[in-house]
Ligand binder design. Structure first.
Ligand SMILES: [Cu+2]
Length: 143
């Protein structure tokens, strides 16, 4: 009778050990799954359609129509224009004229290298300017 009890005890210890090994293995497996390499999402740098070149924060660019380049851009209805500030100063892309702004779009102050996009759903001529530099003006023609 003692022998049987010892045997049962040994067997149950063995089973316990096996179960805990199995549980451990599962844990290790799930840890391995967790440590799978993450899929990194890469932000694709969208090309700008219009740039604000360097030094446009000083008057002069308007003489060569180069405050926004190109100063007039033609797109189709429903398309998007993206501006990029390539200057070291702040600029804005604001609808209307300096002395007559409209409420259609306004980028606010764009940091250097910052971008701003507007999608034009309706045909027309959209003038815009920079709120910081009165000589900066451009135009979007939507056909
Ligand atoms: Cu500006």
């Amino acid at each position: 009778m003692k022998k049987i009890a010892i045997t049962i005890g040994t067997i149950s210890t063995l089973i316990l050990a096996l179960v805990s090994i199995a549980v451990l293995n599962q844990e290790i497996e799930s840890q391995e799954n967790n440590s799978e390499p993450e899929i990194k999402t890469q932000e694709i740098e969208s090309e700008a359609d219009v740039i604000m070149p360097n030094k446009t924060s000083r008057p002069g660019c308007e003489k060569t129509d180069a405050c926004y380049v190109p100063s007039t851009i033609t797109i189709n209805q429903g398309e998007t224009v993206t501006w990029a500030n390539k200057d070291v100063a702040f600029h804005s892309v604001t609808s209307g004229f300096y002395d007559d702004p409209t409420d259609l779009f306004d980028s606010g102050h764009l940091d250097p290298e910052e971008k701003f996009s507007v999608t034009f759903e309706e045909k027309g001529i959209y003038n815009y300017f920079c709120t910081l530099h009165p000589w900066m003006a451009g135009k979007v023609l939507v056909e």
